[in-house]
Design a protein around this ligand. Structure first.
Ligand code: 9D3
Length: 256
């Protein structure tokens, strides 16, 4: 799959594409990311990519014309590289977009890729958005300074779903994609951790070697943390028939 990223800050992407467990997916071009630095598509002497809003008001607006040229360049490169295929969709990262969920990530991870449009300033000239954007996505209800971090978050989430990036079953166990519950706590060495409050042990069941008991403990921990922090996910798991009799017993016990 292929992602063409239109951005004023291409240098933000470099380290994310060359480090960590997702590096394989990017370096092998299993997830082929191509950067289109918007400043390169400004034509006037000042390399302007933004200007004041018609009608007045605070902030600056990203100009339509450099964006049109950047998108045309990405499209031409797609046409040169690919067998004839429908054009890749254009995704605009915007605070007014649909929040990215694991369902959105899975859908995009199965597709051919997209053009990712990263905004800065107050926003983008609406005429460009109306003509070219297929979908608007947000990272959530908080204010960032642009669309680059949301684009990177989406690329990371897509890359780790590619075959061979993670160990065999770890994404089936993810909260939000496996059984829809939050993850249980994890522990590693040492067995006793020295702290100012004295030695902190690992829960004994994890050292017991009883695999069935360990699995039950982890499930109960997941149920407890999900019931406390995300009761909506418990309701969804119940409605989908993903809670066993033993799960319901654990949940009833938490109510006491
Ligand atoms: C005064 C109105 N502001 C909207 C909350 C204007 C505004 C703020 C921040 C316009 C753009 C931005 C930059 N943010 C993004 O481009 C962005 C974003 C975000 O801020 N939060 C969550 N997801 C995203 S996706 C793109």
């Amino acid at each position: 799959m292929r992602f063409d990223v239109i951005t004023l800050f291409p240098e933000l992407f470099g380290p994310h594409l060359t480090h960590g467990i997702t590096r394989r997916a990017f370096e092998s071009a299993q997830v082929d990311v191509r950067l289109w630095p918007l400043r390169d598509f400004a034509e006037d002497n000042y390399r302007r990519v933004d200007d004041r809003p018609y009608g007045g008001g605070p902030g600056m607006v990203m100009l339509a014309e450099p964006l049109q040229r950047a998108l045309a360049a990405a499209r031409a490169d797609q046409a040169a590289a690919d067998a004839p295929a429908p054009p890749l969709r254009v995704i605009h990262f915007s605070p007014t977009g649909q929040a990215i969920t694991q369902a959105v990530v899975q859908e995009l991870a199965q597709g051919p890729g997209a053009v990712l449009l990263c905004g800065r300033y107050e926003g983008i000239d609406q005429r460009f958005l109306d003509r070219h954007v297929d979908r608007e996505l947000s990272l959530g209800d908080f204010v960032l300074s642009g669309g680059e971090l949301p684009a990177l978050a989406l690329l990371d989430a897509i890359a780790r779903l590619q075959p061979g990036v993670l160990t065999a079953s770890s994404h089936q166990q993810d909260s939000f994609s496996g059984d829809g519950l939050l993850d249980c706590p994890h522990y590693s060495r040492p067995e006793l951790l020295a702290t100012a409050d004295g030695p902190q042990p690992v829960p004994a069941v994890l050292l017991s070697g009883h695999h069935a008991q360990i699995a039950r403990w982890r499930r109960d921990q997941s149920l407890a943390i999900t019931a406390r922090r995300r009761p909506d996910l418990i309701a969804a798991a119940r409605a989908a028939g993903r809670l066993s009799k033993q799960d319901e017993k654990t949940l009833a016990g938490l109510m006491q």
